[in-house]
Design a protein around this ligand. Structure first.
Ligand code: SUG
Length: 446
């Protein structure tokens, strides 16, 4: 079945507690900016400016709200009691690492919110969502329940959308969502091939595992998501990440590869077996030619790929080819910038490079592609979703005013213990669900 469909992008709106706590081993930016002062206000405005520019270019752009942080139910579950003020002060003095985890605004990276299979790929012709369990890091493992509620509230029509529960929250089934999932196809409304990239095999750890940093995604998790979504073998390719890349700071596949339609832009160290991966993709794509844009280590080293986040770009449709939406860091690094100039001059589908400033997010290891969840939708599905989250001029203006009213310009890790911050955040989020027409989704609202 083939119907007209587009790719919508749901960007995570950065939350009021955005901070640098160094919570993600293997994410070099997160580790190196540990305890630096952050600006939640700038972070949210940078994210909104990115969404606005893409919406102005005609892309369907949605907003995924932040989660409630610090997350008091998590602190209660870990034995902190009394009123909110008491919980915060006890956690700050007795277990600051737990408070930091419960205070992270990490839900902003919606590429890790879920895996999405469009209706063109699934046997019941509905869009399937599985929220990622994010079992690899404690601070992110708090996200799935609220992510699930948000997705249900954004895509409520059960005749068109299916919401699965996250996989069991243990590292055997460690699932990081769309950051390790790329869909290749001729057109968004046509059946495609879903590429699942994993870092380890949980039940056969073996010698191929990285030695320095954790491999967050398991093959078992990827296969389970594919099963839940009803994808046939013909629709799936499972490829292993190069463990050396994980040890070099590639904690998700979207740090080293990005695809759109039949184009795959990737670094030669993205996959353990590059030849077999490309071969299988082409075999399963059938008549649709895979256009692989390969970047060699001589052109851009693994280290430069990680520090510039070249591959954490968005690859977006244009009438005559594709637009690559890169983080500003790519143009700041001479070698990467020269590579981009060559890319534009050469014969390939990438016609334009647009630069986005998302520095506040980048300093925690999140580039343009981390900030968005792709949801391919047919025209009917697009009409059936909760359209209150779609960004237009009016919503953009409203959200900018909302950020300016509620967000702090400076935040340090110690501020997470401030009961006023919790109060400010809840007030902001309560207002936000009203603005977006989402109903009650947060624990404090239920
Ligand atoms: O999971 N950083 C996130 C960045 C996620 C990037 N997403 C994709 N590549 N799709 C992570 O490591 C850092 C939080 C801190 O250290 O304060 C953090 O969670």
């Amino acid at each position: 079945m083939s119907r007209h469909a587009i790719e919508s992008n749901l960007d995570g709106l950065v939350g009021p507690t955005h901070n640098y706590s160094g919570l993600s081993p293997g994410n070099l930016a997160s580790e190196s900016n540990r305890k630096a002062e952050s600006s939640p206000r700038q972070a949210a405005l940078q994210g909104l400016a990115k969404m606005k520019r893409l919406a102005d270019l005609g892309y369907v752009q949605g907003v995924m709200p932040p989660h409630e942080r610090p997350h008091i139910p998590t602190l209660r579950a870990l034995g902190f009691g009394g009123d909110d003020r008491r919980i915060l002060s006890d956690a700050a003095s007795r277990a600051p690492e737990i408070l930091a985890a419960a205070g992270s605004a990490s839900a902003m990276w919606t590429a890790n919110a879920a895996t999405v299979s469009p209706s063109a790929d699934t046997p019941d012709h509905r869009v399937h969502f599985t929220p990622a369990n994010l079992a690899a890091t404690f601070h992110r493992s708090i996200e799935p329940p609220v992510t699930g509620r948000l997705l249900k509230s954004i895509f409520p029509d059960e005749t068109r959308f299916v919401h699965h529960a996250p996989l069991p929250g243990v590292t055997h089934f460690g699932d990081e969502g769309a950051a390790n999932h790329t869909r290749l196809c001729a057109a968004h409304g046509e059946p495609g091939v879903e590429l699942f990239v994993y870092g380890q095999i949980a039940f056969a750890p073996g010698r191929r595992a990285p030695t320095r940093f954790p491999a967050r995604q398991t093959l078992e998790a990827s296969r389970a998501v594919a099963r839940l979504h009803g994808l046939t073998e013909q629709r799936c390719v499972f490829a292993r990440q190069d463990p050396a890349a994980i040890d070099g700071g590639v904690f998700h596949n979207d740090v080293i590869a990005v695809g759109n339609r039949n184009v795959l832009f990737y670094h030669e160290q993205a996959f353990l077996d590059e030849t077999a991966t490309l071969h299988t993709l082409q075999e399963k794509l059938g008549d649709t030619p895979l256009m692989a844009v390969r970047v060699s280590s001589d052109e851009v080293s693994l280290e430069q790929a990680v520090s510039s986040y070249l591959f954490n770009s968005q690859l977006l449709d244009r009438a005559d080819g594709m637009l690559l939406a890169v983080p500003a860091e790519c143009r700041a690094q001479p070698q990467v910038s020269r590579y981009l100039d060559r890319l534009l001059a050469e014969d390939n589908p990438i016609r334009e490079v647009s630069v986005f400033d998302v520095k506040q997010s980048m300093q925690n290891g999140g580039g343009p592609a981390c900030l968005r969840l792709r949801v391919p939708l047919t025209d009917q599905e697009l009409m059936a979703m909760n359209r209150g989250i779609l960004l237009d001029e009016a919503l953009y203006e409203r959200l900018v005013t909302w950020v300016q009213a509620h967000y702090r310009d400076r935040l340090s890790v110690a501020d997470l213990a401030d009961p006023m911050l919790l109060e400010e955040s809840r007030k902001a989020l309560d207002e936000l669900t009203g603005i977006l027409g989402l109903g009650s989704v947060y624990d404090f609202q239920l």
